[in-house]
Design a binder for this molecule. Structure first.
Ligand code: 3HC
Ligand code: NAI
Length: 694
């Protein structure tokens, strides 16, 4: 787990705990032992700390959180390093993050190679740096940058780290050898330990920095407790001694680690990684190289998908019906990038290199040699079949043919080709260049190699993926439908759009179903409903309100009115008496007495049917596991991270509670709210969705 080797007067202590050298109890013990030996060996004059394998250190072992803490504690090991009388140098390659970054901060000097990255991602787990990062990082690099790193959880690269003073040097060669040389240089120059805790904290401008950080956190991390704790503990470094600050950090860490929010976010950390594991598609399944891609259709989604591929380093050719439509799409892509540059979130150089990876054509002959094609034309089965038949003709053997359909049958699309094994769904979310989720849809005949390639591509371009099966709406939209449907019925029964939206917003979603409808455009859903009513008429309860709103010409924000009204140039949703009158009129027509509906009832009536649909999806094998559904809802629909996704939320409050409420709804509203058999099983057996394996 930890090795000690002597290189002349320099002892090299190496962490060796694949895959990421997480600081489990055995590693902490090994570190303490090795450092103790090196410190007491008179022939050793300096110590170098390195990580074996792919990185320096990925931090504390997250699997140990929530279990009783075992000595030696990381903070004690780091304090011992800092107090060592011989200079200690961290040699960093790959990531030094979380506890790994704190370990490096405990060392007296840090050198990195060009692959080195560092950061404090604890906030993404609902935590704060718990082994000195909140006290040492601000002392080393200043309050502003330290706060930014701790609050964003993002990683910084070697050069940024050097500019900030985190790294003393960036080296080209083998970091261990270079660190030994660096340590020898220190000895030759008579330089000794340089503990971060002795560095003077710069207080000028601090008040403004903390006020700005609080304002940003209130906006971006609504409802989460960790950000305020992070700010408070860094702020304490201004007034408390290092040891007092460390004690406060420990207190807050211990409070956060047992919170539901941190449990939820740790669940998501593992869920995102678990989602990459597909039964029947082992990790060693060969993948096909994706060196060049094409996107068919340069509309809303095609543009975002093309940008996602280009951002991930893959050259992409976009194809649309004619040159004019194509040029309009390409120009919209340029505008989107230019907007990012003007907001400062993208450099001009990066914009140029991304744009250089995107070209356009109106001729299928130009995409014959691409490795992957993603189709994003109108949601029309006949058109999609025609496009796939053409792709089958022009694309080279082995090319992956993907569709971005949000509702259509991937198997039927695949059947338009003579190579259904190469066909798969890659369902991106709007705006595709921003939203992280790819709901990848496996058809009946999709080859394991194609699944493995698309799941790998998902990660390679910085997205989060989950693999699902074919059904109407797949996982995300099918569950969304179960939820928005009840939201509409609640209107007929007495609620108003802003009351429903507020209950959902207060729970933590970015917006409720009606505000979301106005944002997305109400005409799209209208067209789908009209088509469905013609092709598959049903006697199920149906709310006419949404259709009437569209028929009034109110298509949402784009027409200045939908469920709400909007003032010119504003996105602020204003409740509209005309809509309230329409809703009350529909209740009257249907003979439904209007009643006051509490926000708790609204929440349960919307969320529990959503969870219930998730249970059906699991039983049908459309999702592989409950945690995949959570990944889909957090990354595709803004389900609050601090709640871990709908299925984790159900597990937390208890499937029996959801079941009991569903039974009541069923009794009041009939079959549409019948509890799913799986929910009933879990409630009666005391098990959780997390225990369920299809
Ligand atoms: N603890 C336990 N397991 C970890 C881990 C950790 N800190 N970091 C990664 N792993 C596991 C993953 O679960 C995964 O396991 P699997 O193969 O069984 O699915 C495996 O290591 C590889 O992880 P990735 O697939 O993410 O590998 P990558 O090479 O893509 O990325 C990484 C490596 C950049 C280290 C990435 O895993 C990462 O960002 N990890 C975040 C770790 C983190 O949040 N660390 C902070 C922990 S909290 C802390 O340190 C508290 C301290 O302040 C006291
Ligand atoms: P869109 O209408 O904005 O764009 C469609 C594009 O396809 C247009 O540029 C059109 O010119 C082009 N096109 C039509 N026929 C073509 C053909 N034969 N050859 C080449 N190009 C052709 O549509 P949008 O919203 O981008 O949707 C595309 C697909 O993505 C649909 O399947 C939709 O269901 C799906 N989707 C849409 C989401 C959204 O929020 N808009 C979200 C997720 C999926």
């Amino acid at each position: 787990m930890v090795e000690l080797e002597l290189h002349g007067a320099v002892a090299v202590v190496a962490l060796d705990n694949p895959p990421v050298n997480a600081l489990s109890v055995a590693v902490r013990q090994g570190l303490a032992d090795a450092l103790g030996k090196a410190a007491s060996d008179d022939t050793v004059k300096a110590i170098v700390l390195v990580g074996q394998g792919r990185c320096f250190c990925g931090g504390a072992d997250i699997r140990e959180f929530g279990k009783p803490r075992k000595a030696p504690f990381l903070s004690d090991v780091i304090n011992t390093i800092e107090a060592c009388e011989k200079p200690v140098v961290a040699a960093i390659h790959g990531t030094a993050i979380g506890g790994g970054c704190e370990l490096a901060l405990g060392c007296h000097y840090r050198i990195g190679d060009t692959s080195a990255r560092f950061g404090q991602p604890e906030i993404k787990l609902g935590l704060l740096p718990g082994a000195g990062g909140s006290q040492r990082l601000p002392r080393l690099i200043g309050i502003g940058p330290a706060l930014e790193i701790i609050l964003s959880g993002d990683y910084l690269g070697a050069q940024e780290g050097k500019a900030l003073g985190f790294f003393d040097a960036i080296v080209e060669g083998d970091p261990t050898q270079e660190a030994v040389r660096f340590a020898e240089g220190l000895l030759a120059a008579g330089k000794g330990p340089r503990p971060s805790r002795h560095m003077k904290i710069e207080k000028a401008g601090a008040e403004k920095i903390f006020a700005a950080a609080r304002a940003k956190a209130a906006k971006r991390a609504r409802g989460l407790i960790a950000p305020e704790r992070c700010i408070a503990v860094v702020e304490s470094a201004l007034t408390l001694s290092v040891d007092e600050g460390l004690a406060l950090e420990r207190k807050y860490f211990d409070e956060l680690v047992v919170s539901d929010q941190s449990k939820a976010q740790r669940h998501l950390f593992f869920a995102e990684r678990q989602a990459r594991k597909i039964p029947g598609v082992p990790a060693d399944t060969p993948t096909r190289p994706v060196r060049k891609a094409a996107v068919i259709g340069c509309g809303t989604m095609g543009r975002g998908i093309a940008m996602s591929l280009a951002n991930g380093g893959i050259p992409v050719t976009v194809l649309d019906r004619d040159r004019e439509t194509l040029d309009a799409g390409l120009s919209a892509i340029r505008d989107t990038y230019a907007g990012s540059v003007s907001r400062g979130s993208l450099s001009q150089a990066d914009m140029n290199s991304r744009l250089a990876r995107i070209d356009g054509t109106a001729d299928y002959a130009d995409i014959g040699d691409t490795d992957l094609v993603i189709e994003a034309v109108f949601e029309d089965m006949a058109l999609k079949k025609q496009v796939f038949a053409t792709l089958d003709e022009v694309c080279k053997p082995g090319a992956i043919l993907a569709t971005n359909t949000s509702t259509l049958d991937v198997d039927e699309i695949a059947a338009a080709t003579a190579r259904p094994g190469d066909v798969i769904g890659t369902h991106f979310f709007s705006p595709a260049n921003v939203m992280k989720l790819m709901e990848n849809v496996r058809g009946k005949k999709t080859a394991p190699e194609v699944i493995a390639t698309v799941m790998k591509l998902t990660k390679d371009i910085g997205k989060v993926g989950a693999l699902v099966g074919v059904c109407d709406g797949f996982v995300g939209n099918r569950m969304l439908y179960a939820y928005t449907r009840q939201a509409n019925f609640l209107l007929e029964e007495g609620a108003l759009p802003h009351e429903v939206d507020k209950a959902i917003y207060d729970f933590g979603l970015p917006m409720g179903p009606f505000a979301m409808g106005d944002l997305a455009g109400l005409d799209v859903g209208y067209a789908v409903r009209q088509h469905r009513r013609k092709t598959s008429p049903s006697n199920e309860r149906y709310s006419p309100i949404a259709d009437r709103i569209v028929e009034m010409g109110r298509h949402g924000q784009k027409t200045g009115a939908g469920w709400y009204r909007y003032e010119d140039g504003s996105r602020k949703a204003i409740p509209d008496p005309a809509i309230e009158k329409l809703i009350a009129g529909v209740s009257g027509e249907l003979g439904i007495p209007r009643r006051k509906i509490s926000s708790q009832e609204i929440l349960e009536r919307c969320l529990y049917p959503l969870i219930n649909e998730g249970a059906k999806i699991l039983t049908e094998g459309i999702a592989i596991r409950a945690s995949d559904i959570d990944v889909i809802w957090v990354h595709g629909y803004g389900f609050p991270r601090g709640r871990g996704g709908p299925m984790f939320h159900a597990d937390l409050i208890g499937p029996d509670r959801v079941y009991k409420a569903m039974c009541e709804f069923h009794e009041q509203h009939g079959d549409m709210l019948r509890p799913a058999p799986l929910l009933e099983d879990l409630a009666k057996s005391g098990k959780k969705f997390a225990d369920y394996a299809s």
